[in-house]
Design a protein around this ligand. Sequence first.
Ligand code: PBG
Length: 309
Amino acid sequence: MLAENRLHPSDFIWPLFICEGQGGEEPITSLPGVSRWSVYRLADRAREAQALGIPCIALFPNTPPSLRTADAREALNPDNLICRAIKAIKDAVPDIGVLTDVALDPYTAHGHDGLVNRAGYVLNDETSKVLVEQALVQAAAGADIVAPSDMMDGRVGAIRAGLEREGHVNVAIMAYAAKYASAFYGPFRDAVGSRGLLKGDKRGYQMDPANGAEALREVALDLAEGADMVMVKPGLPYLDVLARVRDRFGVPTFAYQVSGEYAMIEAAAAAGAGDRDALILETLMAFKRAGAAGVLTYHALDAARLIAG
Ligand code: PBG
């Protein structure tokens, strides 16, 4: 009766990994219970999500190694894995929202989110131009929300301008506005196949975990450039940042409970350190209490089922 917050399936965005081929399902060892799905199996996943009341799914491709290059050109191929996946979902389940990641890491031979110079340093402005083209290819395939996760400066404004120019006026932008250079992304990099490729780290463009005020400046910039909603990532270790962003700007603020957080909950439950269902629901409720409009979580389906009882 006195609860200030409630969890609802409409709070969740479900991230899904996609793979080439007819194999159907590829389990991801470091993300127990999560698999990559072939395009022909994706529509069923989308139907499952929709039946549980989940409004949106987020797609991440595992690009075959032979298509990963220094210039990430496969990101711009209108027939690439993610574009085929978007179309398959939109054909089968037109009402579910499709969110796509704008960043080059599933397509670069070096695993970085952008183009790099000889020293391996990510080039902001050159990358931004490619990201605009990538977002346009995804929008043309049917994406409802494009989500730049690359952390280049100025890319939100450039993407918004590109979308307007090409007539994709209704495509929304969810900016990964405060994305930290985190140790919690390991299993995700296994899932998209970039972990072994990555040279160095992403601290040149992702945020320093020591910084909170900087997150507010990053969010202000992305909003000024036209972001419709923003995200803080990772989730639980950055709840203070989430609450500050929400309080300061009052815009829809999403949290990404990332792969390492998922793996931590699964490991804790497997070790008998806590009840799995309770851990899932308590962590998700923490996001709501901190002010999140919604949460990207690999536990979306489990949580929706638990809420339904
Ligand atoms: C890359 C991207 C990452 C995640 C989402 N998009 C990883 C990274 O920045 O290296 C992480 C998500 C997760 O760990 O669940 N653009």
